[in-house]
Design a protein around this ligand. Structure first.
Ligand code: C2E
Ligand code: CA
Ligand code: CA
Ligand code: CA
Length: 423
């Protein structure tokens, strides 16, 4: 049995599953298998501590158990993963009913210490013998369905279907290729100019990651960053990006004398990694870049988990002189109060507002309001996604400090970006 929750452990669960399958075969009934994974356990465990994490797991185990009837088994597989076995079913419908009951029990907040937190779970379902007639594959299929439920936005359940096998196979393949990509030197940084809106001069660049894989071709970040986040690979990859980006800025200065800024994207997992601040400082030290020329872009969503750690990390970076910007500003449906308490230097207006600034009155008003608000708080503003000349006039007229977008240049490999240095 599992020490923390008192539930059957993985081994016992597999034994019970095998028994259930044998019985179902004799009786000609079905067995439902549900794979559950808590959606935000890791975050709570990291930010509120292990005791909080343990309490959360115990309470989750209690809620799952309370949703089941007599003959079912719920087991803890490890971490925040649970398995439910529903033996002797007559139809597949009863598994979805159980899944709905479980989601329902997660709808009320968990009381952890003196805080209330909402915890959700994603559930994958596979049914014997329809989805597989052996226990190992049945579990894999329930796992694949769980991933599907998670990627559909969490707090949901999904029944296995054969296409999911391909999806989970692709995921595994992507993951194993990504694990090797660093040593095989398949990553490359592209650079996109950041322009001073008033004068049209180059002031810096944003580093954007590309992955050149021999069998997949050029892979864009939206395709692999989420998986890199999930698997933790973003940490070594992010360190590589920091080091390469700082080194590039130093090279440009040596070649031309221009002290350009370099902006680097930081993802949530990377930001919360205990080694993050050290990794930033190491990259600066190894390359000799002045910290004031490095700007870390942090998404508004990340900042919204307003925890002590977040503010601690931001202040440490600020004290070192590193610049901080809020990326995708305006998409985090946030209270704006964080802007006055955190040491940000820059807001990057999300491209979804900039796109229609010449066509939609609301977007124009929003962009103007963001610029004014930022300036009154002493922050600089970058407009991203500038594609048309008209937009540059609008931004100039309303005092937007910097602009970035296809109108000036697409992100380009370093050799191409270097052309900008000569102008
Ligand atoms: P982001 O930080 O919002 O980066 C801007 C994205 O907008 C880039 O997409 C860029 O190519 C694109 N873009 C630039 N100008 C325009 C324009 O005028 N119009 C339009 N429609 N798009 C424009 P990209 O390079 O595909 O990157 C996507 C996202 O991936 C980035 O969004 C960022 O969140 C993430 N990312 C990229 N590189 C890294 C990295 O090194 N580390 C991490 N953690 N995330 C990264
Ligand atoms: Ca989880
Ligand atoms: Ca960015
Ligand atoms: Ca952005």
């Amino acid at each position: 049995y599992d020490i923390l929750t008192g539930l059957p452990n993985r081994m016992l669960a597999l034994d019970r599953l095998k028994l259930a399958l044998a019985q179902a075969q004799r009786e000609n009934s079905l067995v439902g298998v549900m794979f559950l994974d808590l959606d935000n356990f890791k975050h709570i465990n990291d930010t509120m501590g292990h005791d909080a994490g343990d309490n959360l797991l115990i309470e989750a185990a209690r809620r799952i158990s309370s949703s089941l009837r007599g003959t079912s088994t719920v087991a803890r597989l490890g971490g925040d993963e649970f398995l439910v076995v529903l033996p002797g079913l007559q139809g597949a419908d009863s598994t979805t009913q159980v899944a709905e009951r479980i989601l329902q029990t997660f709808a009320s907040p968990f009381h952890i210490g003196n805080q209330e937190v909402f915890v959700t779970t994603s559930i994958g379902i596979a049914i014997y013998p329809t989805d597989s007639d052996n226990s190992g594959t049945l579990l894999q299929h329930a796992d694949a369905a769980m991933y599907q439920a998670k990627s559909k936005g969490k707090s949901a359940y999904e029944r296995f279907s054969p296409e999911m096998k391909e999806v989970s196979h692709e995921r595994l393949q992507l993951e194993s290729r990504m694990r090797r990509a660093l040593e095989l030197n398949e990553f490359e940084l592209y650079f996109q100019p950041i322009i001073q809106t008033a004068t049209g001069t180059l002031t810096g660049a944003e580093a954007l990651l590309r992955w050149n894989n021999p069998s997949m071709g050029m892979v864009m970040p939206d395709k692999f960053i989420p998986l890199a986040e999930e698997t933790g690979l973003i940490i070594p990859i992010g360190e590589w990006v920091l080091e390469q980006a700082c080194a590039a800025a130093v090279r440009w200065q040596q070649a031309t004398g221009l002290a350009l800024g370099i902006s680097v994207n930081v993802s949530p997992r990377q930001f919360r990694d205990p080694g993050f601040v050290d990794a930033v400082l190491r990259a600066l030290r190894n390359t000799g870049l002045d910290p004031r020329r490095l700007e870390l872009e942090i998404t508004e969503r990340l900042i919204l988990d307003n925890t002590i750690e977040t503010s601690d990390i931001l202040s440490r970076l600020d004290e070192e002189g590193v610049r901080l910007s809020v990326d995708d500003f305006g998409t985090g449906y946030s209270a704006l109060s964080y802007l006055k308490s955190y040491p940000f230097d820059t807001l990057k207006i999300d491209k979804s507002f900039v796109r229609d600034v010449m066509r939609e009155q609301e977007d124009a008003s929003l962009v103007k309001a963001i610029i004014n608000m930022a300036h009154s708080l002493g922050l600089k503003v970058i407009a991203e996604g500038v594609e048309e000349e008209d937009q540059t006039h609008f931004l100039k007229a309303h005092g937007c400090d910097y602009s970035q977008g296809y109108f000036y240049s697409r992100p380009a490999p370093e050799e191409e970006f270097a052309v900008w240095l000569k102008t």
